[in-house]
Design a protein around this ligand. Structure first.
Ligand SMILES: Cc1cc2nc3c(=O)[nH]c(=O)nc-3n(C[C@H](O)[C@H](O)[C@H](O)COP(=O)(O)OP(=O)(O)OC[C@H]3O[C@@H](n4cnc5c(N)ncnc54)[C@H](O)[C@@H]3O)c2cc1C
Length: 1018
């Protein structure tokens, strides 16, 4: 059997793209030979002739291995802005985006990039042959003919021939000549360019750096792409690490009349040193003294002409074009090499997928795949590659042509700059609703054609608004109107956002972005019923398809989590003013590509509303949600075992029982205790009431009474209804000065009920009220319940697991006396939503409340109490296996890690309370010692703490509400307001996110101060 290493590939050319292709092929163990007509540039001495700088962006960088990207960042210069040198001698800066760490170009001399890639290809095991010029190709068979330097003829044959031979590709020409039904178009643009060197300053340093100062940050000069836009011609300069600049003068090849009686410059009119000097002194006087050799530079080389080449298809027989040979661009968008590198990435993503489908996989870097598989996968890759890259090549060719006029002419224009400023502000405020085209092209992976299509839609709206309003004076109005119009029409707008830079290097190589959206959805006819199954009838995904689905989803999830951790998401997004109607009334009849669906999930659904996973989210008790817990749940769901009966999945039932036992012991329960994992505290409270009612004769259930503090959770009232307790049975017991249940009042209420014949069913004590985190005196309630023989339930959904900490044990003293306890692991164990439990001191009470004997279709269940059937211990029969959500994180980290995290939250809340108390104009709701990590506070009216005066109280409520809005508006923190009987309107912060740290608290205090300052100004 053939091994993948027996599959031979010939590459024509050894430019940068050929080298990257060779590296990728070698990773997959192919035999690779490159034939380059030139000599090895690494051996060149002295002057090198033409070499210019390339600007790399996300698309290009993402396609390279990490160590190459590192080398590039070490040897290149980051350009976060354009620096415009105006005709009047002034300069202005135009940042490329909102975040220089993310939105920048990496400028690198082409020769340096080329040399690095040659080294890497050689190291990877590719055979490099220099001085071999390709003179003929047989695309159907993959053979090629070369002449070597000594005029000998060499013929090669290969399983695949790749033309990486640049703009004037002979391979393309031969494909056309030998039977490929190919459309080729070639357009020359009027321009040509010559290169000029601006040397480093004597003693080192960049001569133009001073010109690149942003007026808003004059102490921090930044490099930039320097542009001298002069209408028909322009000078561009890019800095190098050694202090020099590589500049290029661009001009039409042929001059002429400008149509207004003047002369239009062209290369044909710049022939002598005097011509060049006159040109520079008039148009680029600031460069004259910096580039002493400019006249020689200009005259040394003939201007290189530029052209755009398009062709279709990119493949024929066993031959394929990659890079400039397939699409040659004019370099004004700086995307030529980026697009070509993206070609390579896409090609190999397609190949890998095809290989996985064809057979055994390459065993990348191990060469375990078979040659037959690899050859078949290659054959399947070529047409798909044309299909997915050709539209990209055509689109970026058009964009590159359009960019020429922006750079030469419009970049210095005031109206143009005003519009750019408006677009930037719009993007800053509504990053999903407006993405400048340049941003989408340079800083995202969105396919070029999609970026353009989206941009066209949005530009039309903006154009119309700019025609109606003045973009300079009425920017706010335009922005608001735009957001409303687009938010309504296209709520999911926006390309795939660029990932945040590596924290250390400050670069945006985008490696984490993945390739899911670059690689096309396989067509339905190829894979009926597959993940993109647009027409397929089958529902099953085979393992390769499952993995692909997971990979694509993982990539999107990681983008989101990485963005979140880098602070790229606010804690709260305002819900769109005009929400889109529920457009989809019926289920779709056919399938949609997963990439599109993920766009809908991540770009459209996710951003609206509250952002619980944000470390600054403090509005609700649950937030965060440990990723490990979600993984546990995913594993359980994808295994889809039924653990409601022990015998059905004994291994998983045991894991779930373990979790319940852990929870019981954490609450101080001993032998005989047990529980049931529920989706939330509401169900747990309901189950507790059902157990409590078991103590009463059935005819008393509907008129029994339940006692809960007025600060207790509303789910208790709901649970009463579910349990069949009549509406008149709810007893709301007053609270004391610390918002804990007033025990004197409780006793009186029970006594009254007994007097009037109402049976007391249950006292629900609260261990952590939502408003202030107050914990009732559990030991005292336990005694009182014992005295009256009433079921004692603790709603410990907020505070329960704080019993892990020393302070929590003091606070929750007596909880172990309860008959039942509701706990939310999605609160005080930081797990994802839906991780709660009801725990009971006596296992039998659960079974008594929920087991239904003798259903004929249920086989005989376990009689062994050590092997419980969960269906007998709770309200559900069929349910998902819940244990892994808690089991995995607890096993992974050990319970001590949770204790430390809980302790940390208590410290942070203490710190926040102390610091807010020190802020002028704030009143803190008093907190006991110790206290759960909730801090409630309000803004004073007229600097009066006492709100007995109704006017002051109303004003304090207004100010507090407004302060809350202002705090949230900054996007760092999200808090909510609530009402307290004594203090009235308060802002409430629950510090319960596992990632909330001292930095977040600092930010919170700063945002509160800022909000108060703003309030003072309003
Ligand atoms: C002035 C200028 C500025 C640019 N700036 C940018 C930029 O800022 N950012 C960007 O992304 N892109 C830029 N580009 C585009 C970028 O340079 C190209 O996209 C990139 O070099 C293409 O690489 P390639 O390997 O496909 O082709 P090439 O770099 O052209 O390499 C082709 C190789 O094939 C060899 N070859 C050709 N014919 C034969 C033959 N018959 N037999 C054997 N060997 C042969 C050649 O000698 C050469 O080594 C710029 C281009 C120009 C001209």
């Amino acid at each position: 059997m053939l091994a993948a290493r027996d599959v031979r590939v010939t590459i024509v050319g050894a430019g940068p793209v050929a080298c990257l292709v060779a590296i990728e092929l070698r990773k997959r163990s192919f035999e690779v030979s490159l034939y380059e007509r030139g000599s090895d540039v690494r051996l060149a001495t002295g002057a090198r002739g033409h070499s210019f700088n390339l600007t790399l962006t996300r698309r290009g960088l993402t396609s390279l291995d990490e160590h190459i990207v590192d080398m590039l960042y070490r040897n290149g210069v980051v350009l976060p802005q354009r620096v415009i040198h105006h005709v009047d001698g002034t300069t202005s800066c135009q940042p490329y985006g909102t975040d220089p760490d993310l939105h920048h170009l990496l400028s690198i001399p082409r020769s340096l990039l080329h040399e690095m890639l040659l080294d890497e290809a050689e190291k990877a095991g590719a055979r490099l042959n220099f001085g071999f010029e390709c003179i003929g190709v047989e695309p159907a068979s993959g053979s090629a003919t070369f002449v070597d330097g000594g005029a000998g003829i060499v013929r090669t044959s290969a399983d695949l021939l790749i033309g990486c031979d640049g703009a004037n590709s002979i391979v393309r020409h031969e494909m056309f000549r030998r039977g490929a039904q190919m459309r080729i178009s070639q357009d020359y643009v009027a321009d040509g360019f010559v290169e000029i060197r601006i040397p480093a300053l004597t003693g080192g340093g960049h001569a133009l750096l001073d010109a690149a100062r942003d007026p808003e940050r004059p102490r921090h000069p930044r490099h930039g792409l320097h542009i001298w836009p002069r209408g028909e011609f322009m000078l561009l300069a890019q800095p190098n690490v050694d202090g020099s600049y590589t500049a290029g003068l661009w001009m039409p090849m042929v001059g002429g009349d400008d149509g207004e009686g003047g002369e239009r410059l062209g290369w044909d009119r710049v022939r002598t040193p005097q011509d060049v000097r006159a040109l520079f002194e008039e148009h680029f006087p600031d460069v004259v003294d910096l580039a002493s050799s400019y006249a020689d530079d200009v005259l040394q080389w003939s201007p290189a002409p530029l052209k755009t080449v398009r062709c279709d298809p990119y493949h024929h027989g066993r031959t394929v074009l990659i890079g400039d040979s397939a699409h040659t661009l004019v370099p004004f968008f700086g995307q030529g090499i980026n697009c070509s590198f993206e070609d390579v990435r896409t090609f190999f993503a397609l190949f890998d997928r095809n290989l996985a489908e064809t057979g055994s996989g390459t065993g990348s870097e191990t060469g375990t795949g078979t040659g037959h598989d690899a050859a078949a996968a290659l054959a399947a890759t070529l047409p798909a590659y044309t299909e997915w890259r050709r539209p990209a090549g055509d689109t970026i060719a058009d964009l590159s042509l359009a960019m020429a006029s922006e750079l030469k002419d419009r970049s210095g224009d005031v109206a143009f700059q005003t519009r750019k400023k408006l677009e930037k502000e719009l993007h800053l405020r509504h990053p999903r609703l407006y993405v400048p085209l340049y941003h989408a092209v340079a800083f995202t992976d969105t396919p070029y054609q999609d970026a353009v299509a989206r941009h066209e839609r949005h530009r039309a709206v903006l154009d119309e608004l700019c025609a109606r309003h003045d973009p300079a004076g009425e920017a706010e109005l335009i922005i608001a109107a735009y957001a409303e119009a687009i938010g309504r029409a296209d709520p999911g707008s926006g390309p795939v956002p660029a990932p945040a830079p590596d924290s250390g290097s400050g670069r945006s190589d985008g490696r984490a972005a993945g390739i899911g959206h670059l690689v096309p959805a396989p067509r339905a006819e190829q894979r009926p019923g597959g993940i993109h199954g647009t027409t397929g009838t089958g529902l099953h995904l085979d393992p390769a398809q499952q993995k692909e689905l997971l990979d694509v989803v993982t990539s999107r999830l990681m983008d989101f989590h990485e963005d979140l951790s880098k602070g790229n998401h606010p804690a709260w997004y305002r819900v769109a003013a005009a929400e889109p109607p529920r457009a989809e009334q019926r289920a779709p009849r056919t399938g949609t590509a997963v990439a599109t669906l993920l766009d809908e999930i991540f770009d459209s659904a996710l951003p609206d509303g509250m952002m619980h996973p944000h470390p600054g989210f403090m509005a609700h008790v649950p937030s965060g949600g440990l990723f490990q817990g979600a993984v546990g749940e995913f594993v359980a769901r994808s295994l889809n075992r039924f653990a409601g009966a022990w015998a059905a999945a004994p291994g998983f039932a045991r894991l779930e029982a373990n979790v319940i036992d852990w929870f019981c012991s954490l609450m101080g329960y001993g032998e005989g205790s047990f529980g049931y994992l529920t989706t939330g505290g509401s169900i747990a409270n309901f189950m507790a009431l059902r157990c409590a009612l078991e103590r009463l004769p059935e005819h008393q259930h509907h008129r029994a009474a339940v006692y809960v503090s007025e600060q207790g959770h509303f789910s208790v009232a709901k649970a009463e209804r579910l349990a069949g307790i009549g509406a008149g049975g709810h007893r709301s017991v007053p609270t004391d000065g610390a918002y804990r249940m007033d025990l004197v009042a409780l006793r009186e209420t029970i006594e009254r009920d007994l007097r009037y014949g109402t049976p007391p069913a249950c006292v629900v004590a609260t261990a952590g009220t939502t408003n202030t985190g107050a914990v009732d005196d559990l030991r005292a309630v336990a005694e009182l319940c014992r005295e009256y023989g009433v079921w004692f339930h603790v709603d410990a959904c907020f505070g329960g697991f704080f019993r892990l900490t020393r302070r929590g044990r003091v606070l929750l003293d007596g909880i172990e006396e309860a008959d039942s306890i509701a706990v939310d692991a999605h609160k005080s164990l930081f797990l994802p939503h839906g991780s709660s439990a009801l725990l009971v001191r006596d296992k039998g009470t659960l079974k008594q409340a929920f087991a239904i004997p003798d259903a004929a279709y249920i086989p005989e269940l376990s009689q062994d109490d050590d092997r419980p059937d969960f269906m007998d211990y709770g309200p559900e029969l069929t349910r998902e296996f819940r244990g892994l959500t808690a089991w995995l994180p607890i096993k992974m980290h050990g319970i001590n890690a949770f204790e430390r995290c809980l302790d940390d939250k208590l410290d942070l809340a203490e710190d926040l309370a102390v610091r807010l108390a020190g802020v002028e104009g704030i009143d803190i709701v008093s907190r006991g010692e110790p206290h759960l990590p909730t801090v409630a506070f309000r803004v004073r009216a007229n600097n009066v703490s006492d709100t007995d005066d109704t006017d002051d109280a109303a004003e304090a409520a207004r100010l507090t509400e407004r302060a809350c809005e202002l705090i949230c508006s900054r996007g760092n923190i999200y808090v909510a307001t609530s009402e307290l009987p004594r203090e009235g309107h308060v802002i409430r912060a629950c510090i319960m996110h596992h990632q909330t740290d001292a930095g977040v608290i600092d930010q919170f205090v700063e945002d509160v101060r800022w909000a108060l300052h703003r309030l003072g100004e309003e």
